[in-house]
Design a binder for this molecule. Structure first.
Ligand SMILES: NC(=O)c1ccc[n+]([C@@H]2O[C@H](COP(=O)([O-])OP(=O)(O)OC[C@H]3O[C@@H](n4cnc5c(N)ncnc54)[C@H](OP(=O)(O)O)[C@@H]3O)[C@@H](O)[C@H]2O)c1
Length: 268
């Protein structure tokens, strides 16, 4: 059916039956995306390192969806784990329609304090793994005329002191998104990213904020986000589902802010 011929309702439900590989599925934005995609009827392959958490998310997906997700756990900085995630997904489902790259880490550090170990850790996790997984997924996505949604950050487009390697890594993801979108457009593979502002997940505490610092950080979102609050993981998941669905059939190469207006703000 042509894009014009589809009803609005069928476009929203176009993720039904779509084989979707989601990284970072064991926590935060990736977990919320997994559960939303399960509700929308997608067939899921889920990656995360923490197998216990991954199983809990898979259980929630099975409760709201039609099928048990396939688990492809492991540390994506290991090239074999990345290859295995693609091979097992294709072996199990026979195809790949959607790739969601949500796995990522945050680290605090400036040009004076970010040593090569931190720089490599952030760039390996947030850029190198995403590149390898995307590179291996693309031949399968060309076959299905599928799509990719990357989870970038407002930090890719705007500059913040004290999270240098992270900002650099997300700028790289924005370029991966728009360059790959241009390279794959003729093959009808769409590539987009979401660029969240502060979203309530584990990522900031994992980067070193204690409970008190985290509470203050969230409180400051009243000023740092135009909408006066941090976002929730499901609000990002909804944007990801939109970009992956036929509702976004004419959208590619977009780095979409999902940040309560933060990208548009300038201090006065
Ligand atoms: N939360 C925010 O404010 C915010 C804002 C902008 C962008 N983002 C981006 O959103 C994405 C998801 O982050 P989140 O906020 O949902 O954080 P989160 O709750 O900490 O989740 C991060 C996910 O990434 C996975 N992961 C990290 N390193 C990995 C590795 N080496 N191999 C495999 N999986 C790995 C984690 O797996 P395990 O837990 O199993 O180890 C977890 O599932 C990240 O790319 C982050 O940069 C977040």
């Amino acid at each position: 059916m042509s894009a014009e011929g589809q009803t609005a309702a069928s476009k929203v439900s176009s993720l039904k039956g779509k084989v979707t590989l989601i990284t970072g599925a064991s926590s935060g934005i990736g977990a919320a995306t997994s559960i939303l995609f399960a509700k929308l009827g997608a067939k899921l392959a889920l990656n995360g390192r923490n197998v216990e958490n991954l199983k809990k998310v898979a259980q929630q997906c099975a409760e709201v969806g039609h099928a048990e997700p396939l688990l492809v756990p492991g540390d994506l900085t290991d090239e074999e784990v990345v290859k295995d995630a693609i091979d097992k997904t294709i072996g199990h489902f026979g195809k790949l329609d959607v790739l969601i790259n949500s796995a990522g880490i945050l680290a605090m550090g400036s040009i004076e304090t970010t040593d090569m170990e931190q720089f490599d850790r952030v760039m390996n996790t947030n850029v190198r793994c995403v590149y390898q997984l995307t590179h291996l997924a693309v031949p399968h996505l060309i076959r299905t005329k599928g799509c990719i949604v990357n989870v970038s950050s407002v930090n890719g487009q705007r500059s913040f002191p004290g999270v240098l390697a992270y900002c650099m890594s997300k700028s790289a993801i924005d370029q991966l998104t728009s360059c790959a979108a241009l390279e794959l457009a003729s093959k009808e593979v769409r590539v987009n990213s979401v660029c969240p502002g502060v979203i309530v997940t584990e990522v900031h505490k994992r980067a070193g904020l204690n409970d008190e610092q985290y509470a203050k950080f969230l409180e400051r979102c009243r000023e740092t986000h135009a909408l006066g609050r941090p976002g929730q993981a499901d609000e990002v998941a909804q944007a990801i589902a939109f970009l992956a669905s036929d509702a976004a059939s004419f959208i590619t190469g977009v780095n979409l802010p999902v940040d309560g207006g933060r990208h548009a703000m300038c201090p006065r």
